[in-house]
Design a binder for this molecule. Structure first.
Ligand code: FES
Length: 116
């Protein structure tokens, strides 16, 4: 009988994806809610706090995550926590609390029923 394979260590401790999508026809879109600025702020803050890079945090652009009605949307893995943020203060809180300290920002969680 073979031994179980040890899990591969994660290259990043946490990964956050920001939807930056603009949908056609005036439909709800994260791009209409300063998602690009939030993405840039998150990236800058992660870097400023020394979190960015292997073993730390990766901040990535994403296309539509299909939860547009709750936008602007970001999702953090490996916890799979979805956020609906509003402003720069929210981004700073997500960076400090969740990305750095591992504490989910409950008040910014996207409601479970929110979809497209
Ligand atoms: S446009 Fe952002 S989740 Fe769809």
């Amino acid at each position: 009988m073979s031994e179980p394979t040890a899990p591969t260590p994660s290259y990043y401790q946490r990964h956050i994806f920001f939807c930056l999508n603009q949908r056609e026809g005036g439909e709800a879109s994260c791009a209409n809610h300063n998602a690009e600025a939030a993405f840039a702020r998150c990236k800058a803050q992660a870097k400023a706090l020394g979190l960015a890079g292997p073993g730390g945090v990766r901040v990535n652009r994403a296309g539509c995550l299909d939860r547009c009605a709750g936008g602007p949307i970001a999702v953090v893995y490996p916890e799979a926590v979805w956020y609906s943020y509003v402003d720069q203060d929210d981004i700073d809180e997500i960076v400090r609390s969740h990305l750095r300290d591992g504490v989910v920002v409950e008040r910014l969680r996207t409601p479970p029923e929110v979809g497209r």
